[in-house]
Ligand binder design. Sequence first.
Ligand code: FMN
Length: 323
Amino acid sequence: MTSASLTPAQRERILRAAISAPSKHNTQPWRFHWAGDDLDVRVDPARTLPVDDPDTRETHIACGAAAFAARLAYASLGLGTAVDPRPDAGDFRLAARVRLTDAAPEPAFAALYESLPDRRTHRAPFREAPIPSLVLEYMRDAARDEGTWLRVIERGPAYDHLLSVIREATGRESERQREERAKWVDPPDAVHRRDAVPAGSLGPLPRTPTGAVRDLAVGRDVPGRGTTVFETAPVIAVLETHGDAPTAWLTAGQALLRVLVTGTRYGVAASFANQPLEIPDLRDEVASEAKYYGTPQMVIRLGMGREVPRTPRRPVTEVLDPE
Ligand SMILES: Cc1cc2nc3c(=O)[nH]c(=O)nc-3n(C[C@H](O)[C@H](O)[C@H](O)COP(=O)(O)O)c2cc1C
C-alpha cells in the first residue's frame, strides 16, 4: 500500500475501533494523529488522573489498548501493522505509533475485530457457570502473544490473600482519590457528557462484599443502585509485564485488550479491582506473588457475562488532531 492511501471510510473505521478501548474511569485519555497511513496515539494531558494515576501508568495502558484496537481494524482491511512504543524519546506525549508493515495481519485478528464492539466492563454479577478451562488457556495465550503474563490465581491461600489486599486498599482510599473520582464516576453532568462512568454502568452493590467487585462510588449514595448476590468465587487474574516503564505500560494495554476481546468471543466478561495497584506498598504485595514477568499492571475479575450497558465515547472528530 502506498503512503496516505487509506480512504476516509477506512480511517473512520480504524479510529472508531481505537476509541472503543477501555480507559480508567472512561477518561479516554488519548488523541490521534495521522502520519500518512500510520496512526499516532498521543496522551491527552488534560485527561490524566493526577491523584489515582500520578505517573500516567494507567493512562498509557489505555493508549496501548487503543493502539491494539486500531491494529484489529487495520487487520479487518487486510493490513498488517506493528506498534512502535514511544517512537520519539523527546516527545513524551507520543505514546505509540501504529505502523503499516508489509506482513499480512495475524489470522486471529479477524475474529477479535468482530468481538470488539461486544466488549465492555462488567460490574454486574456473573452467571454461576464456570469459564471453560480451554477459554482461560486462550486468554493466557493472548497475554503471552503480546509479551505479558496472565497469572490466574488458584483458589486457596494466594486467592484469599489477594482479596484481603484488595479490601485493605479499599479501606485506605484517600479523600483526594474520592474527590477526583467523583468528577469521572456518575458525575453530576453525566447526561451531557460522552465520557466518564454513568450510574447505569456501576452495577449493583454486592450484598456480601468480597473485594473482587470494585465499588467505584465508595461512600456515595447512587439512587436506584440496590444490592444483589454476586457469584461466589470469580476467577481472579493479574496481568503482569516485564518492567514498569512507559513501554511496559503500553505493552500491558495491548495485552489487556487482546485478553479481554479473546474472552468476549466466548462470553467471558471482566471487571477490575485495581485499587491495590494504586498504593505502592500494596502493589508490592501483589507483585510479591508474581511468577514470571514480575510487575502487576491490572487485577482482573473474570466470569461468564450477561448483558450490561455500553459506556459513551466522544466522537472521532473530537479526538483527532489535524495532519
Ligand atoms: C488502566 C485501566 C484501569 C481500570 N481500572 C478499573 C478499576 O479499578 N475498576 C473498575 O471498575 N474499572 C476499571 N477500569 C475499567 C474502566 O472504568 C472502563 O474501561 C471504562 O469505564 C469504559 O467502559 P468499558 O470498558 O465498558 O468500555 C479500568 C480500565 C483501564 C484501561
